[in-house]
Design a protein around this ligand. Sequence first.
Ligand code: PLP
Length: 452
Amino acid sequence: NVLRNHLPTADLQRLDAAHHMHPFSDGDELNAKGARVITSAKGVMLTDSDGAEMLDGMAGLWCCNMGHGRREMADAAHAQMLQLSYYNTFFQTSHPPVIALSEKLAELAPEGMNHVFYASGGSEANDTNIRLVRHYWAAKGKPGKKVIIARKNGYHGSTMGGASLGGMSAMHAQGGLPIPDIAHIDQPYWWGEGGDMTPEEFGLARARQLEEKIAELGEDRIAAFIAEPVQGAGGVIVPPETYWPEIQRICDAHEILLIVDEVITGFGRTGTMFASEGMGIRPDIITVAKGLSSGYAPIGGSILSDEVAETINAGGDFNHGYTYSGHPVSCAVALENLRLMVEEKVVETVAADTGPYLAEQWGTLADHPLVGQVEIKGMMAGLVMTPDKASRAAFSTPAGYVGLKCREHCFAGGLVMRHVGDRMIISPPLVITRSEIDLLITRARAALDATL
Ligand code: PLP
């Protein structure tokens, strides 16, 4: 058995520690403890190498929107591998799966966004965006417009470009980031940073930092603003209602492009196909990945407005692309994923049934003595743990310690819930049922009780 499925946990952990370097991990600490080895999954349930089951409250890494183990997706990959396992999209070639997926995305994307540039995931797609918006302005005779404004505690990936756009201080501290011509403004995180302002006042104040930054650097130097509609990796931070309309006004008033990073929020997570539609945002570029294939195959991309695409097309060679831009198997899998989503009315169900039900149930956790505030948008939710709700205080233990403790209790109790500092977050598969939501909430409450 070359895949080692038959090995006992201790042997798997020993081999993992000996040869596998994990992303975003303290290697020595992990290797001393041993990774939890997941061996199979079906629907919303994961099974580990000891046979224990866990509810996948994070849909893998915010990506398994259609749930695990769908035969239709495996069949689509199988058929495409036999038909055409690989061909590139460079040098004036194309193939049916990439053509069909682009047509489908143009149909599903907001009005006037009909063009797709592919990558293998979200980080690569955001790297594309950096080069693309700079090339766009050069093609329009404004090569000085290079700076991209992003936000502190935003997440846009792990490549040099993606991590530079992101505002994660721990990432910037390693590896000489950010790259030049990236600027950051503050995030719209009311609970942690809102002070005495109402959420509405705070949303406006944080949005206006964009206008202040444009004035400070000069409009003739700014290429674009990039942000997630709802911050995901930053801790599921739903911005105040006033935030996005003001951001949109500022982008319209100044000559800058708006890149909306929908790597998490795209394909139904917030109850509309794209969060931009539901939140009244009109992007020039949308970054997609994750839910595009429900994680069954690596794929990402940038969906471009007609105006951006036409400018790039008229601007001569765009010297950029990846071996796996428009990989035929990934495209076939993504197409099948979108077909199932549409046919099974998954987004409609999230909007009208399971989303409101999760909101109601997640809301019941607000009365837990550890919980300061709960936030939810569709099928992504967060809660913040605090020693004192009234003052919105943080724990005096090392940052993130209480969150880590709660996550370990979740793990032991059969639930994958992630922590970001002392915020607990979930983003379950969109196909989760009401009874599975009940199980998720029961296990989350038990973990909070154990953390107390
Ligand atoms: N953008 C956002 C909003 C993300 O959440 C992520 C990953 O979590 C990325 C970009 C990076 O995507 P990937 O890990 O596929 O490169």
